[in-house]
Design a protein around this ligand. Structure first.
Ligand code: IVH
Length: 671
């Protein structure tokens, strides 16, 4: 390798290390050292170098975290050491029986306390990571315990999982096991976004984690804020195992893997019970769901001595908590028609308290789900709630049936508009595809006028329904043609409120471009995708003409999304409606588009601390305007933007006669 190449490789390695350090600070320690913009600047620098030198695209580069090509299916991976399951203890007695039992297997007097390591039982999805010489090379799901699925591409998008272990001297090969979870807050946000995009919502954080990890399109996984906790060991080569699990987890932590902090070394069963109760008390305050604590013999030697019983290690037990479930009766089943035309069956149940919340309705998702669980009107069912989402039915109590329960079939016609519904082969969702379905129209308009879209203040669900029912609004653009008298004639309106509504509609006619794109309700296009599209295409007409290749160039847009965007704009009715909308709407283009490349090809070097801008922000302002940021001053440098305590770069600039500017001057140039 030539010296220049060596230098570039070293530079790439150092950028990778720097970025991964920031990832770790942000995603594992929750203690970022730099702003997002600063991170982006370094990231782009690396991206650029990798682009220029594809031969140095390293498997542990953080640029690999954005997802890659969509797969047709996952490859199977046979686990080197099977991924077993745990025996459960559901009561204190069962736990004490476990303690008693393993005394027989380990070499310690009966009345001597055994040392346990107690930690949380995360309610997620098991995962196995394989690191070779410190680099993450494979990640697999548990599957049936013997053979799992290769989800390496997807796992690489999880920012808190190191692509390289933080160790100078990593084992030749080590398999680390843990659990992938979705935090409750993230889960709720995801479901809100899914609803807005007309995509399916997840029943609980666990399903969201599973659905995200088992995505064939890793670009989608990359948008999901998955997290992981690690606690276990699979295969290993060239690794000296410490004596206890507690020490092993400490080692995982020093390697940069996320390890939960809620854990305790317990002497004897009493201390375990204490930990179990303590965690039960904080269970609802944890940011993720757990279904129990796992109690393990702390010593690996003792675990080995305890051996296995029917595919479970005898030296560990899952000490479970009662789930947040209640029993109630299904009084009726109704159909809801969503914005995308999806017909969702909803069970109306006798109101019941589920983990502190009164529940009246539970989603049944779709016909397949009803059939699979054999849910009937009149059934007693177990209802479960996760986070703040719509509760779901987990089980039918068939032994309570009296014979007069009624099966339910989603109708073949839309209950609202009466047109025939479709259920494409292989899909679970039944949809009303009628163009003029009033239910869809209402949801479409609600979506369009919501705060996150064009934001018509005061135009709530009820008024949308009135407008549609009165025949005043048949498509989005009709909103902008409403006349004062028409609004006034609606029930509940007076002169003042009618004026107010029309004013609010008027105010909403210059939304930011991305809000308008989001408001159109293109399938799979949520708020963040809309932002990316607006940033890239700058206008609705450009977006509508975008080719598949151009769409795929946008980071974060995968094949499925691209397809859906193309389909949307190819539709002649949509084209007509967009033209109509643009007669009244003047979307605000994203800021940087106004920034004609004033700094085109200008090379900046930043040094010192600027009074208001971070380096990252300044870098972004420069790059958005066509300029470049370089790390060292040379004759080619156009400007050195210097702040306080600027060091050698400033000297160099003066030496070479490069123009030095302050932030104030820089800000002026921006204008
Ligand atoms: S130890 C033999 N520790 O629970 C498997 N498992 O029912 C040893 N789990 O498949 C696993 N949190 O996915 C262990 N702190 C924890 C856990 C945990 C969640 C899951 C794991 C395993 C399942 C066993």
């Amino acid at each position: 390798m030539s010296d220049t190449k060596k230098k570039i490789l070293a530079q790439i390695e150092s950028l990778i290390q720097e970025l991964e350090k920031h990832n770790y600070q942000y995603y594992v320690l929750d203690d970022p050292l730099v702003s997002d913009a600063e991170y982006d600047t370094i990231f782009r620098k690396l991206q650029k170098l990798e682009h220029e030198h594809p031969e140095f695209r390293l498997p542990h580069s953080p640029t690999q975290r954005v997802g890659g090509k969509a797969l047709d299916q996952f490859k199977k991976i046979k686990h080197g050491v099977p991924m077993l399951s745990l025996a459960n203890a559901l009561t204190e007695e069962e736990f004490l029986a476990f303690d008693e039992r393993i005394h027989k297997f380990v070499d310690s007097p009966k009345d001597e306390d055994l040392q346990y390591f107690a930690e949380l039982k995360f309610d997620g999805l098991s995962i196995s990571l394989i690191y070779e010489n410190g680099t993450l090379v494979k990640a697999a799901t548990r599957g049936d315990g013997e053979v799992g699925e290769d989800v390496t591409q997807n796992v690489k998008t999880i920012r808190s999982i190191p692509l390289k272990l933080h160790s100078q001297n990593p084992p030749k090969k080590i398999e680390i096991r843990g659990e992938i979870v979705f935090f409750i807050k993230d889960f709720e946000a995801l479901n809100r976004a899914q609803l807005n995009q007309g995509d399916k919502v997840f029943a609980n954080p666990r399903n969201a984690a599973a659905g995200s990890l088992r995505q064939l399109d890793s670009k989608i996984t990359a948008t999901r804020p998955l997290k992981g906790f690690f606690y276990g060991l699979g295969e290993a080569e060239g690794y000296t195992l410490p004596k206890t699990i507690a020490e092993f987890e400490d080692e995982l932590r020093t390697w940069g893997l996320p390890v939960a902090t809620w854990k305790k070394i317990c002497k004897g069963p009493k201390q375990v019970l204490h930990f179990y109760k303590e965690i039960e008390g904080v269970r609802d305050d944890l940011p993720f769901e757990i279904d129990g604590v796992v109690v393990k013999l702390n010593s690996f030697a003792a675990q080995q001595a305890a051996g296995f019983i029917s595919r479970s290690p005898r030296g560990m037990i899952a000490f479970k908590y009662p789930p947040k479930k209640s029993v109630t009766l299904i009084e009726d089943i109704q159909i809801q028609v969503g914005r995308t035309g999806a017909l969702t069956p909803v069970a109306l149940v006798t109101p019941v308290n589920v983990g502190g919340v009164m529940v009246k309705r539970a989603t049944l998702h779709n016909q397949d789900e009803i059939d699979r669980k054999d849910i009937r009107i009149g059934d007693h069912v177990v209802i479960q709630r996760a986070g703040d989402v719509i509760p779901e039915i987990v089980e039918v109590l068939k032994e309570k049936r009296r014979g007069d329960e009624r099966k339910f079939k989603i109708p073949d016609h839309c209950p609202i508009c009466g047109s025939k519904v479709t259920k494409p082969e292989g899909e679970a969702v039944t949809r009303c595809v009628a163009r003029n379905c009033v239910a869809k129209l209402k949801e479409h308009i609600k979506h369009f006028v919501q705060k996150d879209a064009i934001n018509v203040d005061g135009l709530g669900d009820k008024i949308v329904e009135q407008l549609v029912d009165a025949g005043l609004v048949k498509k989005l653009s009709d909103l902008f043609q409403l006349e004062f008298d028409e609004v006034l004639a609606l029930e509940g309106f007076a002169e003042k409120s009618a004026h107010k509504l029309l004013n609010a509609i008027e105010t909403a006619t210059s939304p930011e471009l991305y809000r308008l794109i989001f408001g159109l309700g293109i399938r799979h296009v949520g708020e963040s995708t809309a932002k990316l599209l607006a940033q890239k295409f700058k206008s609705l007409s450009k977006l509508s003409e975008a080719s598949e290749e151009q769409l795929l160039e946008v980071g974060g847009i995968g094949e499925e999304m691209a397809k859906s965007i193309l389909e949307y704009f190819a539709d002649s009715i949509h084209q007509k409606e967009l033209a109509e909308l643009l007669k009244t709407l003047t979307p605000i283009e994203p800021k940087s588009s106004t920034a004609t490349p004033v700094f085109k090809d200008k090379i900046f070097v930043l040094t010192g601390t600027l009074p208001t801008l971070s380096r990252g922000d300044a870098g972004k302002l420069i790059e958005d305007r066509g300029g470049k940021v370089s790390s060292s001053v040379s004759k080619k440098t156009d400007f050195v933007l210097a702040g306080e305590e600027a060091g050698s770069k400033l000297d160099k600039a003066q030496e070479l006669g490069v123009k030095v500017i302050s932030e104030e001057e820089f800000q002026k140039m921006l204008k």
